[in-house]
Design a protein around this ligand. Structure first.
Ligand SMILES: Cc1cc2nc3c(=O)[nH]c(=O)nc-3n(C[C@H](O)[C@H](O)[C@H](O)COP(=O)(O)OP(=O)(O)OC[C@H]3O[C@@H](n4cnc5c(N)ncnc54)[C@H](O)[C@@H]3O)c2cc1C
Length: 417
């Protein structure tokens, strides 16, 4: 259907009155069964599965800013499950299964594209390690392949395999089911579905305190008023230590900047996600044709949500080693998110020392891929009180017990080693 210039102008002045509202704007009750703190993908997925699987809807989601304003829509959209340790693999692999059907489940196009995730090895030793990881993945039911240099050239023709580099490429670990998902749509899709189910979502509503009596949660204080509740979930990514601190909980994590950037759009040239493993620089091409690039963190604790040019320069230098043609593209913009990172680089999920108060944190710059699985599992914990197997390895007490989940597959966190 065509639009005349006049009808388009009419829409501009009238506003888009036919567009349905994405989420309802209810009045806040004084009592809810559960309060979810943080309206990012993880918190909203938890809300969705609480309604969908357990029929629980007397739930408030309190978001300090706007839906999709946090790391959920700041990330580089990569999903994969190429992890070595059972705990790390199982949760992300379950997530990949959920990503497959999430568009239908939410009736919202989240654009899961299993283009394949390619992790480059830069020495024969590293390639041997990748073979170990590929074997472990296959034993647990995932498809994982090792690509030698000629297979890599066939799969990614524009990848430079010149040997006269500081870190030449020896081969790669390839997970065909890895790929990208449209990140902001994930937040909106979960929010809309949860809202349609009757869950109350409040934007511009930071949680500012907790009411705790004898170690038991009684309620939360928010910018829109006090809520009495028996259970609450803190799911606030980079703000985890600050919000948990309001409940007197000292989490073993740091908040740190992670940056990403995007080039001007060009015609399709890359149909996979490729990661340069030395020092970390990874990229994929969007449906619009832009290259989205990311890399390691800025390496110092900060809540600033803006990063250094040095990190961007480093990411781009490595990206140009992979794809020399990138040097001719302009960078359009770059941005940052505050990630929350633990000493073993893995998440903290489950019960806190305050009875009734759950935590979901420590996802660093690797938590988007786990979004639906985390929500699914936390919904089970909140609805049944039983700790599901897939999140059990990420309990807070693992640091005291020495049961850390230090997994090389989570991506390098250089200051840990
Ligand atoms: C640049 C970058 C690239 C990344 N790339 C990837 C990737 O490719 N793949 C991957 O798997 N992961 C990636 N990640 C990590 C991933 O984005 C996060 O782990 C994940 O999105 C966390 O989801 P979330 O819902 O917990 O957080 P968020 O989306 O940040 O949601 C938390 C919400 O809590 C809110 N909040 C904070 N304080 C309060 C309060 N007091 N009260 C109420 N609400 C509050 C915030 O406003 C925010 O909206 C990346 C991260 C960054 C920053």
């Amino acid at each position: 259907m065509g639009y005349s210039a006049l009808s388009l102008m009419g829409h501009a002045f009238r506003g888009n009155t036919q567009w349905p509202t994405l989420i309802a704007a209810p009045d806040m009750r004084t009592i809810y069964d559960i309060v979810i703190i943080g309206g990012g993908g993880h918190g909203l997925a938890t809300a969705h599965y609480l309604a969908k699987i357990y029929g629980l809807t007397n739930i408030a989601v309190c978001e300090a800013g706007w839906i999709g304003g946090g790391n959920t829509a700041r990330n580089t959209t990569i999903v994969r499950s190429d992890y070595l340790l059972n705990g790390s693999f199982a949760l992300k692999h379950f997530a990949l299964k959920l990503w497959e059907d999430l568009t239908q489940d939410l009736d919202f196009n989240i654009m899961y594209e299993p283009r394949g995730y390619i992790d480059l090895a830069h020495s024969d030793g590293e390639l041997e390690q990748f073979e170990l990881r590929a074997n472990a993945m296959r034993l647990r039911g995932a498809d994982a392949q090792i690509l030698d240099r000629s297979a890599l050239k066939a799969r990614i023709p524009l990848l430079s395999l010149d040997m006269d580099k500081r870190f030449p490429v020896s081969g790669a670990l390839f997970q065909p089911a890895g790929g990208v998902v449209r990140h902001d749509a994930v937040a909106w899709g979960f929010a809309r579905k949860a809202s349609q189910a009757g869950i109350h979502i409040f934007q511009n509503c930071p949680v500012t305190g907790f009411d705790i009596s004898d170690g038991v949660l009684q309620g939360v204080q928010t910018a829109k008023g006090h809520i009495t509740c028996k259970q609450a979930l803190i799911s606030v990514a980079g703000e985890s230590s600050a919000v948990a601190g309001l409940a007197g909980i000292n989490l073993p994590l740091n908040s740190i900047n992670v940056q990403a950037c995007v080039t001007e759009p060009v015609k399709p040239a890359l149909d996979a996600v490729v990661n340069y493993n030395v020092g970390l620089s990874y990229l994929s091409q969007t449906a619009k044709g832009e290259f989205v690039l990311g890399g390691a963190t800025d390496g110092y604790a900060s809540f600033a949500r803006r990063g250094s040019f040095e990190r961007i320069e480093d990411v781009l230098a490595r990206a140009v080693q992979m794809f020399p043609f990138l040097s001719r593209l302009r960078l359009m913009r770059h941005w940052s998110g505050t990630a929350d990172i633990t000493a073993d680089g893995n998440a903290i999920v489950g019960q806190t020392p305050v009875s009734g108060l759950m935590i979901n944190s420590g996802w660093g710059y690797a938590g988007f891929k786990a979004t639906p699985a985390v929500g699914h599992q936390l919904a089970e914990l909140l609805a049944t009180g039983i700790l599901p197997d897939l999140i059990a390895p990420f309990a807070l007490d693992r640091f005291a017990l020495g049961a850390e989940q230090d997994d090389a597959g989570i991506g390098p966190y250089p200051w840990l080693h």
